[in-house]
Design a protein. Structure first.
Length: 333
């Protein structure tokens, strides 16, 4: 028969409410009492009823994560897996769980948020994208529901968020190309509505301007998605206009597609760099140079900010900027 909290209380010679406080790691319980209760829990192999606890504490200890992708595409872009790993490491350490859903459209994502928040299934949300006029961010702000965004939001002062300095990271990539003697540098980006895409494009343009290089809009292609097909199509479009000596892309998957287009459509050697430093980068031909955005740390910091908010901890900042590192391989040498 499954042990109950009353069974634990009886053996430990305390009240059931004291057992609940020990499970919640309350600082008001003495060390001696904690040890006695923990021994009883171990002896009875007792497992707390999460649903009962959530009703009593008005907290589920669950974070909601909406992944802007389909389940079929999830493993094609390791960024999401790496971010989720970081979140899970911190959440587990603090006794929280993560519940996630897939969504490819903003309206569908908003529907999930409304269902989860109205039913009180989760204590807070982690959003993995940030865009202009973001409906999900506005809904959560309006309803005062705790959340954190992975990506720079438009309202940087009143939202919890984590991100890289995407402007600086792309500026450094293009500056590196220029230092190597490149002047005809193309740009392949993802969807325009994402703030990350805007910041990386601005970094690209600024690096050219600082070095007195004309920004040719025909050398800039922003696709509708971050995948190899879009990378291939974008590179093909650029090659029809002009053969660049270097290409900066905003995602490794775009770079993979661009590499294939280069190998099929021209015999010229074109330097190329990606973003995210995905594991498959090293296996490309040639091995792809890429900006490591430290995705796991992004996830870890996102969970840290949100849980700090939920636990009413004194938070010294509403955001974290995670450092990036350029990993150079044969594609830019």
């Amino acid at each position: 028969m499954t042990a109950t909290i009353k069974d634990v209380a009886k053996i430990a010679k305390v009240s059931p409410s004291t057992v609940s406080r020990v499970i919640a790691d309350s600082p008001r319980i003495s060390k001696e009492t904690k040890l006695r209760v923990e021994q009883a829990i171990k002896e009875l192999n007792y497992h707390p009823n999460i649903i009962a606890r959530s009703l009593a504490n008005k907290s589920t200890k669950i974070l909601g994560l909406i992944i802007p992708n389909t389940s079929e595409d999830l493993f094609k872009n390791p960024f999401f897996i790496q971010v989720m790993t970081g979140m899970s490491i911190y959440a587990q350490k603090r006794g929280y769980y993560i519940m996630y859903s897939y969504s490819k459209q903003e309206d569908e994502e908003l529907k999930f948020l409304k269902n989860y928040s109205n039913s009180k299934l989760v204590d807070g949300f982690i959003l993995l994208t940030s865009k202009k006029d973001d409906k999900c961010i506005e809904f959560l702000k309006k309803n005062k529901y705790p959340f954190v965004v992975v990506g720079r939001p438009e309202d940087i002062n009143n939202v919890l968020w984590v991100d890289n300095d995407n402007f600086k990271a792309m500026y450094n990539v293009v500056d590196m190309f220029i230092q190597k003697g490149h002047k005809d540098i193309a740009f392949i980006g993802g969807p325009k509505e994402f703030n990350m895409s805007k910041d990386r494009l601005e970094g690209y343009k600024k690096a050219l301007e600082v070095h007195g290089i004309f920004v040719d809009d025909n050398m800039i292609v922003q696709e509708t998605n971050f995948n190899e097909v879009c990378g291939y199509n974008a590179m093909s479009q650029i090659l029809k206009y002009k053969i660049p000596t270097a290409v900066a892309t905003t995602d490794d998957l775009l770079a993979f597609g661009a590499l294939r287009a280069i190998s099929e459509l021209t015999d010229k050697k074109i330097a190329i760099a990606g973003f995210n430093n995905t594991p498959l980068s090293v296996y490309q031909n040639p091995p792809l140079s890429s900006v490591d955005i430290n995705a796991e740390e992004l996830g870890y910091c996102a969970a840290k900010l949100l849980i700090g908010k939920l636990e009413n901890e004194l938070i010294s900042t509403n955001h974290y900027i995670v450092e990036t590192k350029f990993i150079e391989r044969e594609s830019t040498k």
